[in-house]
Design a protein around this ligand. Structure first.
Ligand code: BEZ
Length: 219
């Protein structure tokens, strides 16, 4: 069983967080949510990651994205750890909730378990998993990093921009795409449809196959 991944519906679990208890679907509402897990409180990589997310909170908010962290320790530990995170981030506040999961039940439901890492008592710990959920409660993007590898918050922001772009247009984003750059027209769109759909026009790359599938446009 691969566990929860893209295309799946986020389970509507009740979670206990630093901002109170709620159901996951109520938190998502009609918005985009990034749900991301951490192996444990007061650990070095996690502190650097959460400090960066705290610093980027406004950039996520500008995109209509809500943040929801998870670490397997309890709420009291999270609240003490947040003081370290805010200090390390140079004063950026952790304005988003962090789920507590001391029994490691939620991380199993959400496919956020590191298969190799254990805590000092031998219990499993969360991986650095991240699910981007849209207002329909479906997982649109999912990554899994091991506990030992910190994620790249710039890449997560870029991926959100790409997800929002393809949600609104029949396009896809090519390699290393950044906002403002050309996108490619979805392969399911015929040339006749493309002329209607993209009145601004598009260019087609000439390829040895002679096929005209690589079409760039700006949206
Ligand atoms: C960390 O956050 O630094 C970390 C946590 C678990 C294993 C390795 C690193």
């Amino acid at each position: 069983m691969p566990g929860l991944t893209i295309g799946d519906t986020l389970p509507n679990l009740e979670v206990d967080t630093t901002c109170g208890k709620f159901m996951l679907h109520d938190f998502v509402g009609q918005e985009w949510v990034i749900l991301f897990s951490h192996p444990g409180d007061f650990t070095p990589v996690c502190t650097t990651e959460l400090a960066k997310v705290a610093a980027y909170t406004e950039r996520f908010e500008e995109r209509g994205v809500k943040l929801l962290g998870l670490s397997c320790d309890d709420i009291q530990s999270h609240n003490n750890w947040i003081k370290d995170i805010e200090s390390y981030s140079g004063g950026c506040k952790v304005k988003f909730p962090i789920i507590a999961d001391p029994k490691r039940e939620i991380i199993k439901e959400l496919n956020m378990v590191d298969p190799d890492e254990k805590d000092a008592t031998g219990k499993q710990v969360p991986s650095r998993a991240l699910h981007v959920v849209s207002g329909d409660k479906k997982i649109k993007l999912s990554i899994q990093y091991p506990a030992t590898i910190g994620r790249n918050v710039d890449e997560i922001l870029r991926a959100v921009d790409a997800l929002q772009k393809v949600a609104n247009h029949k396009v896809a984003t090519p390699v290393n795409w950044k906002p403002g750059e050309a996108v490619v027209i979805h392969p399911g769109v015929s040339n006749n449809q493309a002329k209607e759909m993209f009145p601004q026009g598009y260019s087609t790359a000439e390829l040895p196959s002679g096929n005209d599938y690589l079409r760039f446009t700006n949206v």
